[in-house]
Design a protein around this ligand. Structure first.
Ligand code: SAH
Length: 200
């Protein structure tokens, strides 16, 4: 998976590649489809949600520039896979999931896999998690109509926010927002298709 889907398509960040090699993706998908876990596509994880395609996880990870000392917020825990990849590299990952069953499953999965540096929570990630802000990295894995303001506010100086923006179930733009001297600049990275960002 890492060689054919990720390295051959141009991902070169060493920590990202190491993390993608280490995290056992087959333990993040339903047991019935464990044999498809390393395929080149997203997979259903129940409740109408999906675990992202491996390449997209690697791309979003590389673009966020994770290093050991960084504090990370993820919106959309889903299976917990993206959180696990980030937690292999960074100090602490805070992650919020809006579907209570998925939040519970992911929390149990991450504990059983021994990830002590991932803090999970059920809730609407629109408002971020102000108690632990500011974050060096914010990764949103559901497509929003626009970038939620609270997330921009909770971004640290030199922080990087990666988020798909666009209409539900349409082609969306993966956007990068960077905060420098308190000012946000955004750029488009790629066309993507994510599940919709929901509100409670
Ligand atoms: N990062 C996940 C991908 C999950 S798909 C993984 O690696 O498996 C996106 C997830 O975002 C879904 O589980 C969906 O329920 C969740 N979601 C959508 N809107 C949300 C919101 N406002 N707050 C938190 N989670 C949300």
């Amino acid at each position: 998976m890492v060689k054919l889907q990720i390295i051959d398509r141009g991902i070169s960040d060493k920590p990202t590649l190491k993390a993608m090699t280490k995290v056992p993706r087959h333990l993040f998908v339903p047991a019935e489809i464990a044999d498809e876990a390393y395929d080149d596509n997203p997979l259903p994880i129940g409740y109408g949600q999906t675990i992202s395609q491996p390449y997209i996880v690697a791309f979003m990870t590389e673009v966020s520039r994770p290093t050991a000392k960084k504090r990370v917020l993820e919106i959309g825990t889903g299976s917990g896979y993206q959180a696990a990849v980030l937690a292999e590299i960074t100090d602490t990952v805070y992650t919020i999931e809006i579907v209570p069953e998925l939040a519970k499953e992911a929390s149990e999965r991450l504990i059983s896999l021994g990830y002590k540096n991932i803090i999970t929570r059920f809730g609407d990630g629109y408002k971020g998690w102000p108690e632990h802000a500011p974050y060096d990295i914010i990764i949103v894995t559901a497509a929003a109509g626009s970038i939620p303001k609270p997330l921009l506010e909770q971004l640290a100086e030199n922080g990087r926010l990666v988020i798909p923006v666009g209409e539900p179930y349409a082609i969306q733009e993966l956007m990068l927002a960077v905060k420098k001297k308190g000012k946000i600049t955004t750029s488009r990275l790629a066309s993507v298709r994510f599940v919709p960002f929901k509100r409670l």
